[in-house]
Design a protein around this ligand. Structure first.
Ligand code: ADP
Ligand code: ZN
Length: 829
């Protein structure tokens, strides 16, 4: 018997074949993890295929089978294979998407304390132990297994460790047991028949007392985390108590998941409105017919898309099928989880999966899904790979959102993989958005998606938008500037007269204002008026943002920080000017204008402090905040009932990025921000400040005309042969040496063009090589080649060979450069 094994290690692109010894044959099935020899190491991989064919050549043997039951289902393996095949990503990396989160790849020997070792570290005087010996023994928690490199990094320490093994104080744990196929939680349980506590050890006694009280009350052992939280140094104290026989450390395969409590959810609507009912009926009909239909649900913000999802979910569950609900951002999950739990009969059917969920909880959730006791997953893009049984429904909310694209290996777009998975498993797929992506609209025109529409907000009117043309103001400012010798911009620049007036009116009426600006910090750059010097980041090609409160210049790409100079580093002229603005500047402006208003700011700077985000959001909901200022963090999804006025401080931030999707994204963002105004009762107002009032994204946003915007933008894309009218690929070379990056990119571009010569003219094009818009990032120069082709097959002919090409690989290795081949790229900067 032969197995094909995907090993999640960089550089292993293909599955590797192994023969299976007779003794292991019964357990070697697709989806189990195995230990296999790879280039002198033993690594953990997952079996993706089992074949009976006689080996053509002599194969290496599988060393061990680590699971009794498959940890990845057939469907998950198919999904991993699809991502590997479509995106050209290494199968091993794709396999990692479907494996439990704690799968160790490298099987390394581990060590554990023996009973004698436990005693030795409590009664160290009785043993001859050096300082290093004591440190090594002290590093173990009771029952803990540690890897050699966690314990001893130097040869000298490794020698001491071997000495301890020889003396029987530490044991080497055998291979079979150290793979971590299953990890355990540890619970500390008090025992009644231990030895007495040593005299003069008050801390130990206090801990012992705490533990007993805790366990008596909780009716269970204390977890390590609980013990650590209760008392500093709990680890060592548990060890001492264990040595005295006063406690036992038990391993339990996790009990109940300690999933973070969801935001208590609103119950689903008792009656749907007509549009919602029509949409729900269409989805329910497809579910009933078990037809793998894919829908595009276009509904303005607050139109009840979620209500439609919930109806479909209940129907799928009633059929005994499972469901996947994806949102683009972790921050949006609690809200949805709450509503989903309120909609299903038993909240335990629902699990949450995203990178913010602890490894233990994720592992537990996966096990429950495999067993079928949980049937619904709510999560971010990685949740798409969960082992949902009998998948009936896949929902991708905010399907236009760029966060659904994963931009590191393995690269994939969760919306597109969701469509494939739903089809492959016979499930119904619903893509929802207020501003559907142009790709999805195009797919709808082509009949691949069935469009459903919710044109109205439920129970409220859409807000009235108007634009404030900043160009006129700019001219006034110039005139004023000539009048004054002080060139520093006074108040009035950030907030125009009409916006200030509207704010005053809203605040006077006791309602809330939200100000949106997609740029944090105080000013976007520090600029020398004398020589034109701009302070920028040495490793990234961006200007440093000035943060006034901390008086720091910060790189928003790599987080590099340095003190702001008072004179120009280039020409030593005193007094640098501040250019552009950020949320911090808006905040100080608002405080100066409205000294009595309660002002809060939400961006990555303020959210950095733990709990701040939740606190500010709660304050806004409770009406404790009059003016909320924020970046896109406040734009998406939140349902603020009291916000009556939304001010977009500078729409231009999003309009002019060098990316063919810039306008599409700016439009979606404006629609999202506008969606925060007037969500309950009276009609809200939105004022958009901009220097480009004629920009399509602004014009169509004013009339909530998503279709009109899409039609115009699609025509542009068609004319320029951009996606969705072509299949794009971005080949990027990143290298510390700028010249090498350019040379490599140009050699690849040349080969791509030669490959294109075999294709009909006009069906493909190659742009570049050119430096990426972000020319330097994290200290690496970046060059790109942008490829468009009429079909995926043509695209494969153009760039399919790049990754595997021996000459390219050799060049990359020589220059220590990195290659990225991004198919259907979303982020082009
Ligand atoms: P979306 O997902 O499109 O943004 P939601 O489903 O969140 O819209 O609906 C917006 C608000 O309107 C929610 O508070 C929701 O509970 C309410 N709502 C929507 N449809 C109905 C309905 N048919 N009956 C009662 N309330 C509804
Ligand atoms: Zn930087």
């Amino acid at each position: 018997m032969i197995v094909d094994v995907a090993v999640p290690v960089a550089g292993l692109d293909e599955a590797l074949s192994y023969a299976v010894p007779a003794a292991l044959a019964a357990r070697a099935r697709p989806g189990v993890r195995v230990l296999v020899p790879v280039a002198g190491r033993r690594l953990i991989g997952v079996v993706v295929d089992v074949r009976a064919a006689p080996p053509a050549r002599e194969l290496k043997l599988v060393a061990d089978v680590l699971d009794d039951d498959a940890v990845a289902t057939e469907q998950q393996l198919a999904l991993a294979r699809f991502v590997a095949g479509y995106y050209g990503e290494p199968l091993g990396a794709c396999a990692r998407l479907v494996l439990p989160p704690d799968t160790d790849v490298v099987a390394e020997p581990r060590f554990a304390l023996t009973e004698r070792g436990e005693q030795a570290r409590v009664f160290s005087a009785a043993h001859e132990l050096s300082r290093v010996d004591l440190e090594l023994l002290g590093a173990f928690a009771p029952g803990e297994r540690k890897r050699e490199r966690q314990l001893a990094r130097t040869p000298a320490r490794r020698a001491r460790l071997r000495g301890l093994v020889e003396r029987g104080l530490v044991e080497r744990v055998a291979d079979e047991r150290l793979v971590g196929a299953v990890r355990f939680d540890e619970a500390v349980v008090p025992l009644d028949d231990g030895q007495a506590l040593p005299p003069r050890a008050p801390a130990l006694a206090a801990f012992d007392a705490w533990l007993r009280a805790f366990c008596a009350q909780a009716g269970r052992g204390a977890t390590r985390a609980e013990a650590d939280a209760a008392m500093p140094g709990a680890r060592g104290k548990v060890a001492k108590l264990a040595a005295l026989g006063r406690v036992r450390v038990e391993r339990t395969v996790r009990a109940a998941a300690r999933a973070a409590p969801a935001v208590p959810g609103k119950r689903p609507a008792t009656a749907l409105n007509d549009a919602q009912q029509a949409a729900a009926d269409a989805v329910l009909a497809a579910l009933a017919a078990k037809a793998p239909t894919a829908f595009l649900l276009e509904g303005v913000t607050g139109s009840g898309k979620t209500e439609v999802y919930l109806r479909a979910l209940s129907a799928a569950l009633a059929q005994g099928r499972g469901a996947l609900l994806l949102v683009p951002e972790i921050a949006l999950t609690p809200q949805l989880v709450g509503r989903v739990q309120a909609a299903v009969a038993d909240p335990a059917l629902v699990v949450v999966l995203h990178s913010g969920v602890s490894v233990a909880d994720r592992r537990d959730a996966l096990a429950r899904l495999r067993a079928g006791s949980a049937r619904v997953v709510v999560g971010a893009r990685s949740a798409l790979f969960a082992p949902v049984r009998e998948l009936g429904l896949v929902v991708v909310d905010e399907e236009h959102d760029g966060s659904l694209k994963q931009d590191e290996c393995p690269r994939y777009h969760a919306r597109d993989v969701a469509l494939w998975r739903a089809k492959h498993e016979g499930a119904v797929c619903v893509l929802g958005s207020a501003t559907p992506s142009l790709e999805s609209r195009h797919n709808a025109t082509q009949g691949k998606l069935v469009t459903l529409e919710l044109p109205l907000r439920h129970g409220a009117a859409l807000p009235a938008l108007s634009v404030i043309d900043l160009r006129a103001r700019g001219q006034q400012k110039e005139a004023r500037r000539r009048d004054r010798d002080n060139a520093d911009e006074g108040p009035g620049v950030v907030l125009s007269g009409p916006l200030v007036e509207a704010m005053a009116g809203t605040l006077a009426a006791g309602q809330q204002v939200l100000l949106f600006l997609n740029k944090r910090g105080y000013a976007s750059a520090l600029f020398c008026e004398a020589c034109g010097h701009v302070e920028s980041c040495q490793s990234c090609s961006v200007s440093l943002t000035y943060h006034k409160r901390r008086h720091l210049l910060v790189c928003h790409q790599c987080d590099h920080e340095r003190r702001a100079p008072s004179s120009c580093p280039a020409c030593a002229t005193e007094g640098m000017l501040l250019l552009g603005l950020g949320t911090e500047r808006v905040e100080s402006e608002v405080k100066a204008r409205f000294p009595d208003a309660r002002v809060a700011r939400l961006d990555r700077d303020t959210a950095r402090h733990k709990g701040n985000l939740e606190r500010v959001l709660a304050d806004v909901h409770a009406g404790q905040v009059d003016v909320l200022i924020g970046t896109q963090m406040v734009a998406k999804g939140h349902d603020f009932a009291g916000v009556q006025l939304v001010g977009v401080v500078l729409a231009d931030v999003a309009l002019s990025l060098p990316d063919f999707r810039a306008a599409e994204r700016a439009f979606a963002l404006l629609a999202q921000v506008a969606g925060r105004a007037g969500r309950s009762g009276t009609q809200g107002r939105v004022l958009v400040q901009t220097f480009q009032p004629e920009h399509a994204a602004v014009r169509f946003a004013l009339t909530h005309d998503a279709k009109g915007f899409a039609a115009e933008e699609l025509e542009l894309r068609r004319a320029l042969k951009y996606p969705p009218f072509s299949r794009a690929a971005l080949v990027r070379v990143e290298c510390a040496d700028e010249d090498a990056a350019g040379a490599l990119a140009s050699s690849i571009a040349g080969k791509v063009k030669r490959a294109g010569a075999a294709l009909p003219q006009g069906t493909w094009s190659v742009l570049g090589p050119a430096p990426c818009p972000l020319e330097r990032l994290h200290g690496r120069s970046r060059w790109q080649v942008f490829v468009r082709a009429q079909t995926t097959a043509a695209r494969a002919a153009l760039v399919g060979w790049v990754r595997g090409d021996a000459a390219v690989r050799a060049d990359l290795a020589r220059a220590e450069a990195r290659l990225v081949v991004d198919l259907d790229p979303v982020h082009l900067l």
